[in-house]
Design a protein around this ligand. Sequence first.
Ligand code: PLP
Length: 396
Amino acid sequence: MTIPALMPVYPRCGFRPVRGEGCYLFAEDGTKALDMAGGIAVNALGHGHPALVEAIATQAATLMHVSNLYGSPHQERLAQRLVDATFADTVFFTNSGVEAVECAIKTARRFHYAEGNPQRNTLICFNSAFHGRTLGAISATNQAKMRDGFEPLLPGFKYAPFNDLDAALALIDETTAGFMVEPIQGEGGVSVGTDAFLKGLRAACDEHGLMLIFDEVQCGYGRTGTFFYHEQVGIAPDIMSVAKGIGGGFPLGACLATERAAKGMVAGTHGSTYGGNPLAMAAAEAVLDVIEGPGFLDEVTRIGERLRGALEQMIPNHDHLFHEVRGKGLMLGLKLKSDARAFVGFLRDEHQLLTVSAGDNVVRLLPPLTIGEAEIAECIEKLSEAARVYVPASDD
Ligand code: PLP
């Protein structure tokens, strides 16, 4: 037998964390690393935040799981808080981002079905998108590395270049259900959707009676300094997928929708055994208490600008390697002039700095939203030192 017990679908590195504290991870072998990856934008409150730990421990001892067959005061409470804080009128809780995306796709299709237009079942999606790994989500991106070998994919998806409004509008026909887009593409390379592009999609949906789905799984939940990124653009979607930061490390996602968009999501149309169980809800309420606390999001904006400014200052000193900084708030990307994956490995192995690579040779920085000045300074110091000594492989 040569296959490991753990299905080898991840190219896992040698760093093996066993404990976390704030912005730091400690490995099995005692190595301490600065975590600027934050579990890929999940650990919004860092590692071991006392309020989150306490909420989970208390809830675990009280009631961990019941079926969605019963009334849920826990879900009702969090759903109401999300409704109060967003464009949405209703919420479905899932266990992950991709399940929130699936629920969003189903909600959009079901809206048109309920309106008597079942032929309106095609979503216009975008090149380099990442919506997760289910068959539905890999059908919603043109990225071959995620799709190859899993065909036949689901019908009902078309693709336009990201930020190309005219190309997206040209795909609208009588089968179109709407658009699904990450307002800031994460995995695709921290590419920010322009205001004109996102507003143009909104206007087209209003004009043609289509559904606008924002996938804010990565860019939402305070990461860019507002609760959701679309608030900065000044528009709202009809449906939105949320996950990652919402549970602060506890597996949780949510699909948010307006009353109109959720028209078809009636009893019996969707479900989840675990989705929204009391333990997940307790974790999420603890996270939300912190994020909604006075000044928290303003501090994300401030510290995000500090990090961005420091990265930009560093570029001219290492312009053989660094090209530009992208992103918003604490969702930042450092575009390299060579292979990002290799540099991310070098940062991790030689400088104990954890980052994440993304498409287009971008190094993603997605630290805990609670990061402070000292950790930012340490991150910049490690990046500069690494850049000073790094020699890209000749074929990068
Ligand atoms: N959508 C976006 C924008 C994501 O970044 C991700 C994960 O990275 C997903 C969906 C899928 O989330 P999950 O891995 O929790 O299923």
